[in-house]
Write a protein that binds this ligand. Structure first.
Ligand code: GDD
Ligand code: MG
Length: 336
């Protein structure tokens, strides 16, 4: 089976980290996010991946010059302008010849990290004989997602993208993995931006042509600072994996305190510094006695001695935080 992976968004909620870098090229512990996504697909028998690109497409081609990622051949479909999620699918499918035959294909939101059993979603799709099948996951606050009520047989009864929290009919939400028949492509108007969540899926639900499969597998959408940090902590603290939290090429002073944090290659942490729920990206540095609490130090950024970053502060690439400065919930630079 082939997959289209949507990676063309602007990653606005992760700025300034995404000012010049697509969200899916940001590192997640030890590799760019897209490599985690493609490796998961490879593990489920997907043989070819079409990356649906828009914002900084060159970042992907530069990172995978031989055209393979996690052992799978990549194909690139670069939109001339953002076409939104359904427009992007139509465009990428046409570029890669995906709708030419009768074969169903997968579509994924490229910012989701999950252990979802993709084969199980495909099997449900075939058994239901339907036009599209979504994976669902359960969340505490559905208001940030596509909310998907179903009947007992898994038929989708409606699709409400980002409803007011109090009005959400269920806590089961669109997990961003779809199996689609090629006929879905003809439902997407050409040459304009079209949202799969706001136009295509609601219309398919009305016709009873959309099914869903609930999954309890690990799932996270990495698109906010909180989730970008949590996805990485989950990979080092045993929740989802046991990757090394501190890269062997990082320099951490023996008297620094590192509590549930990730320190990437070439980063440095000084004497008496305290990291808790922190991510220090490649070449970032945290000065002596500084504190980084549930915050991110961007690539090559420098946090001065005694400074304190808290409450989802994000320091952009190459930025400096002066000695002793206290930041809470801040983005540096502020205008990124
Ligand atoms: N090629 C392309 N073109 N890709 C796009 C575009 C576009 O115009 N717009 C967004 N994308 C990509 C993003 O890069 C991301 O990988 C994916 O599409 C989803 O966009 P997000 O901006 O991350 O959407 P979201 O997180 O608010 O909501 C979506 O994901 C939720 C689950 O993670 C929706 O699909 C929700 O219904 C869903 O619950
Ligand atoms: Mg997202």
């Amino acid at each position: 089976m082939q997959a289209i992976v949507l990676v063309g968004g602007f990653g606005t909620r992760l700025r300034p980290l995404t000012r010049n870098v697509p969200k899916q090229m940001l590192p997640v512990v030890d590799r760019p996010m897209i490599e985690h996504v493609v490796a998961h697909l490879a593990g489920h028998g997907i043989t070819r991946v079409v990356l649906s690109l828009g914002f900084h497409p060159e970042a992907f081609a530069d990172a995978y010059p031989d055209g393979t990622c996690a052992g799978i051949p990549l194909h690139y479909a670069v939109e001339p302008e953002p076409l939104d999620t359904a427009g992007a699918v139509r465009f990428a499918a046409a570029k890669a010849g995906l709708g030419d035959g009768d074969d169903a294909f997968l579509v994924l939101n490229g910012d989701v990290l999950t252990d979802l059993d993709v084969g199980d979603v495909v099997a449900h799709h075939r058994a239901a004989g339907t036009e599209g099948t979504l994976a669902l996951t359960e969340v505490d606050d559905p208001s940030q997602y596509g909310v998907v009520p179903t009947d007992q047989d898994g038929k989708v009864l409606g699709f409400v993208e980002k409803p007011e929290a109090a009005t959400a009919p269920t806590r089961w939400i669109n997990a961003g993995t779809y199996v689609l028949e090629p006929t879905v492509l003809a439902r997407i108007p050409e040459n304009r931006s079209v949202s799969i969540e706001r136009e295509v899926f609601p219309a398919m639900a009305v016709e009873g042509r959309l099914h869903a499969v609930a999954s309890e597998a690990y799932w996270i959408d990495t698109g906010t600072p909180e989730a970008y940090i949590r996805a990485q902590l989950d990979l080092v603290d045993g929740t989802r994996g046991d990757l090394a939290a501190v890269h062997p090429e990082a320099r951490v002073h023996p008297d620094a305190r590192i509590d549930r944090s990730v320190v990437m290659s070439g980063a440095a942490v000084g004497e008496g510094a305290c990291l808790c729920g922190a991510v220090v990206m490649e070449g970032g540095s945290v000065g002596a006695s500084a504190t980084v609490d549930h915050s991110v130090v961007g690539p090559g950024a420098q946090v001065g001695p005694g400074a304190s970053l808290r409450a989802l502060t994000i320091i952009g690439e190459g930025q400096n935080v002066s000695d002793g400065r206290c930041l809470s919930g801040a983005r540096i630079p502020e205008d990124a």
